[in-house]
Write a protein that binds this ligand. Structure first.
Ligand SMILES: NC(=O)c1ccc[n+]([C@@H]2O[C@H](COP(=O)([O-])OP(=O)(O)OC[C@H]3O[C@@H](n4cnc5c(N)ncnc54)[C@H](O)[C@@H]3O)[C@@H](O)[C@H]2O)c1
Ligand SMILES: O=CCCC(=O)C(=O)O
Length: 488
């Protein structure tokens, strides 16, 4: 670990003020590209800090919900304007904290700004319908009301887009929030909250508390004054949050893991399919929930596709994500690196054939961080662990199939259902794929990753608690519908 390196100490944001934890303890946020250069220190908060944040959010509820949606939206427009001025700083912070390349981080920051503007405009949309009563003397309509205090628990892999795609709709629909970011990317979250602070949100409407998920995240899930929990992260953690919320009748939203397939049909455009597979599997070092991890290839095209995939994967440049020509950055943490290496070892043990990569990089500057080669296995059967479990790293499992029917059966034969794609020129084939594929996001002649902010996003099966985020769909989680009947 670094010694004699002075780093900034960042604080919690509670009731409109930046505050140190009552624990007086901090967590060091490391840079996975170079662990000798820590990014900063964040608060190792306690349940007392969380209690103060929830009380502040609860106290701010009445005033915030009394504003019109349009008025609340104006605060989001102002936050977007501040974020625009700080794009480069926020993007560089995200890259330093979790290792995605600077262009990816910049694009994600711009996406976060666009999400803020989208939900600012949502404040002007209708919030109900007039429904004719069977009683001619009565007036019946629906209205939407905020949940109250919403707990936001976010992962580290999209440190800008995911917190914002939760916080923005929560706020515009009239909720107050307590955000618990992943510790790995908490400084990026803090800089985003600074933009909200600069926008002039009333004190208590937005609160941020950093610290251990098992303390702060768990505390949010269990807190009696937290009316809704929106969580994105792993299945193991998500299930615990869902059970805790269910136990006390709180509303919860869980978006979790994936094991996303791409089907390469015999008539696919090989160059297009190879480029999209590399992007879908290895961009962000394979750390997207929508990342491609299973590549299901029909026999007639298999050898040509595999050989081209290997050839183009070898061209990938690996290094420090802040450097201009780097395509693949480090894995986000030591734990994630060890997890990835474990699955590579498992793949070899269970009989898959390693045809590219598979090694941690430790020479020269690589020794300063958590670097692994992009890795490709073939001779994978779908019952193997590397075909069933989420690895969340740059690892592809190639699966050869003999028919269209076998391809979709293999694609669906996992507990997850987040995203999936197919490469074919046959209209009937892709329409059948869209119909049969058990995934919340299905894409044709495009990589499995690629979420657009204006469309609903979420998983099927064990990838989700089956609500949807983003677009107009977010309204369903962050509000409750009231049906109103009025008699003269
Ligand atoms: N479906 C999606 O939209 C989506 C998007 C991004 C990431 N993910 C998934 O997230 C995972 C990677 O993210 P991660 O490593 O941050 O996940 P994680 O589950 O380890 O952590 C997610 C968040 O939960 C907190 N947490 C940890 N333990 C907790 C507990 N006991 N109670 C409450 N909160 C707790 C963490 O501090 C973090 O803020 C992958 O499985 C990925 O597929 C899913
Ligand atoms: O990590 C999950 C989010 C995926 C995403 O935003 C994308 O694929 O663009």
């Amino acid at each position: 670990m670094a010694t004699n390196v002075t780093t900034t100490v960042y604080r919690n944001f509670i009731n409109g003020e930046w505050q140190e934890s009552e624990s007086a303890e901090q967590i060091t946020v490391i840079n996975p590209a170079d662990t000798s250069l820590p990014v900063g220190q964040i608060q190792s908060s306690t349940t007392a800090d969380l209690e103060a944040a929830v009380e502040a959010a609860d106290a701010a509820r009445k005033e915030w919900r009394s504003l019109s949606g349009a008025a609340r939206g104006e605060f989001l427009y102002r936050a977007a304007a501040v974020m625009e001025e700080r794009t480069e700083e926020i993007a560089a912070t995200a890259t330093k904290e979790m290792g995605k390349t600077l262009p990816e981080a910049r694009g994600e920051t711009q996406r976060g700004i666009a999400i803020l503007k989208y939900y600012a405009a949502e404040g002007m949309r209708k919030t109900g319908d007039v429904i004719p009563s069977t009683d001619p003397g009565a007036f019946m309509y629906t209205s939407r009301v905020p949940l109250g205090v919403v707990g936001v628990i976010a992962p580290w892999n999209f440190p800008v887009a995911i917190p914002i795609w939760k916080i923005a709709p929560a706020l515009v629909y009239g909720n107050t929030i307590v955000c618990k970011p992943a510790s790995e990317t908490a400084i990026t979250a803090i800089k985003i909250i600074e933009c909200f602070e600069a926008a002039g949100f009333p004190k208590g409407v937005i609160n941020l508390v950093t610290g251990a998920g098992s303390v702060i995240g768990k505390g949010l899930a269990e807190h009696p004054k937290v009316n809704g929990i929106t969580f994105t992260g792993s299945n193991n953690v998500g299930k615990g949050i869902g059970l805790a919320a269910l136990e006390r009748g709180a509303k919860y939203q869980l978006e979790m893991g994936g094991k996303n397939p791409v089907i390469i049909a015999a008539d696919a455009d090989i160059e297009q399919a190879v480029d999209a597979t590399i992007s879908g599997a290895f961009r962000s070092t394979g750390q997207k929930c929508t990342a491609t991890s299973r590549v299901i290839v029909e026999a007639p095209i298999y050898d040509a596709f595999r050989d081209r995939l290997i050839e183009k994967t070898k061209e990938i440049t690996i290094g420090n994500s802040l450097e201009k020509d780097v395509w693949l950055g480090p894995i986000a943490s030591k734990a994630q690196l060890e997890n990835c290496l474990h699955y590579i070892q498992k793949g070899m043990e269970e009989g898959a054939k390693l045809i590219l990569g598979g090694e941690q990089l430790t020479d020269g500057d690589y020794a300063k961080g958590f670097y692994v080669q992009p890795t490709i296995f073939e001779d994978v059967t779908n019952d193997m662990v590397i075909a069933q479990e989420e690895i969340f790293g740059p690892v592809i499992a190639l699966i050869k199939v003999d028919s269209e029917e076998q391809a979709i059966d293999v694609a669906n034969d996992v507990k997850f259902g987040l995203s999936a794609s197919i490469f074919t020129k046959n209209i009937g084939r892709f329409l059948q794929f869209v119909e049969d594929m058990e995934a919340g996001l299905v894409r044709v002649n495009a990589e499995s990753a690629g979420v657009e902010l204006q469309a609903p996003f979420g998983g099927m099966k064990q990838s989700s608690s089956h609500s949807r985020e983003q677009g107009e769909a977010a309204k369903e989680f962050f509000t409750s519908i009231k049906t109103v009947f009025v008699k003269g």
